[in-house]
Design a protein around this ligand. Structure first.
Ligand SMILES: Cc1ncc(COP(=O)(O)O)c(C=O)c1O
Length: 396
């Protein structure tokens, strides 16, 4: 059997598939005809091995409660070893229906109402929503944008926030969505040592770890042996293999005390089983998805380069931030000299495009827009041409 789904140029009609990205524009306040580049799923058909595994399961016709067996763990373990040079043990693994759910459980397990939780904005917006929604407070150590256009960690601010607010939990996002940073081992060590010093648990969301275009991804818990005891490492095949709708993620918690607390919250939430199709898809992805993954990654990387070149050559007032990791491109619109509302209006109502507006990632995201590069090149070309035309109307 050979991989069949390698045509990433193919435009697949996703309308009328109950797709959050394609079928809910009007409900979400957008014009009906916007072209969507917001939510982080891909417009590519999954590996044929995944598709066949799910079809095989569907054909059986009975969809009862399911659990994974050793072959599932072995597939996950192998992926972690080969791609991330990380040796995981079976006892560390807790499967959850997604990483956002896991973040909610960690917030409940490791903090009390009224506690402060550290995040670094601009950052994936559900973190802030979960912190607020669970009656906790956001301690934001805003990332610093240096004069070369690179986001850096304010390490003094990081320590001060933890000390001053008695922070017990830090939600790390690495590779970082939306800025595209892949934190270096040195940066992770700076943060990790402070967390060790103050007894802070690190919820390390590494969902984008298979998309690294520059530098190297370091699993947080593997940077120093001591970090294993404070880490909740969140991984998933969902971004890498485009199976977010199947809701399976693999959370590794080496420390048994942390793991027990985390699992107690999951139990209290009444979540006892994992999606059967998700388990089958994850196993197939990590066992046979390598060829698809490599081809997809190369395609996404050429899309990211295409966006950079197009904007530099045709819309020079915008600035594309370097995408070290993820398939999400963070673009600085501040050079247009218009406020956020006008930027949104330009993108949505003039260009008829649906990006993620920077402000949703926190105030430090204002003036930026995030676009998803995991789609056929022709769609990107259309989007960028529409954007160029819309920006040109500003000068008329
Ligand atoms: C950083 C980050 N974490 C988590 C998620 C979503 O995770 P899940 O669908 O597993 O809840 C996303 C999706 O875009 C993400 O970018």
């Amino acid at each position: 059997m050979a991989e069949k789904n390698l045509d990433f140029d193919q435009i697949i009609d996703r309308k009328n598939t109950d797709s959050v990205k394609y079928d809910f524009a009007v409900q979400k306040g957008m014009p009906e005809d916007v072209l969507p580049f917001w939510v982080a799923d891909m417009d590519f058909r999954v590996s044929s091995y995944i598709q066949e595994a799910v079809v095989r399961q569907a054909e059986h016709g009975i969809y009862g409660y399911s659990e994974s067996k050793e072959d599932y763990f072995e597939a996950v373990q192998k992926w972690m070893k080969i791609h991330h040079n990380w040796d995981v043990e079976e006892s560390w693994l807790v499967k959850t229906p997604g990483i956002v759910f896991a973040a909610a459980m960690a917030i409940k397990a490791f903090t009390e109402k009224g506690d402060s939780i550290l995040i670094q904005q601009p950052v994936y917006y559900p973190f802030g929503a979960l912190i607020r929604g669970n009656g906790r407070k956001i301690a934001d150590n805003t990332l610093l944008l240096d004069k070369n256009g690179k986001y850096r960690i304010d390490i003094d601010g990081f320590e001060k926030l933890i000390k001053d607010n008695n922070v017990r939990l830090f939600i790390l996002c690495n590779p970082h969505n939306p800025t595209g940073r892949v934190f270096t081992a040195e940066e992770l060590t700076q943060m990790g040592d402070i967390c060790l010093k103050y007894g802070v648990t690190v919820f390390s969301d590494e969902i984008h770890f298979d998309f690294v275009h520059k530098g190297k991804h370091n699993v947080f818990a593997s940077v120093k042996d001591e970090y294993k005891d404070i880490s909740i490492v969140c991984t998933s095949p969902s971004k890498t293999f485009n199976i977010a709708g199947l809701q399976v993620s693999n959370i590794f918690i080496p420390n048994s005390r942390l793991r027990q607390r985390f699992c107690s919250e999951i139990e209290a939430a009444g979540c006892g089983h994992i999606n059967a199709a998700g388990l089958a898809a994850c196993k197939a992805a990590y066992t046979d998805g390598e060829e698809w993954y490599e081809a997809m990654l190369a395609y996404v990387q050429s899309n990211i380069a295409y966006i950079g070149d197009f904007i530099k050559n045709n819309i020079p007032k915008l600035k594309v931030m370097e995408t070290e990791g993820t398939y999400l491109v963070w673009i600085d619109f501040r050079g247009l000299g218009i406020d956020d509302k006008k930027i949104d209006d330009l993108v949505i109502n003039n260009a008829r495009l649906w990006f993620d507006s920077g402000a949703i990632f926190g105030k430090p995201g204002e003036g930026f827009q995030r676009i998803n590069a995991a789609c056929p090149r022709a769609l990107l070309r259309t989007a960028l041409e529409r954007l160029e035309k819309a920006v040109n109307t500003l000068n008329m």
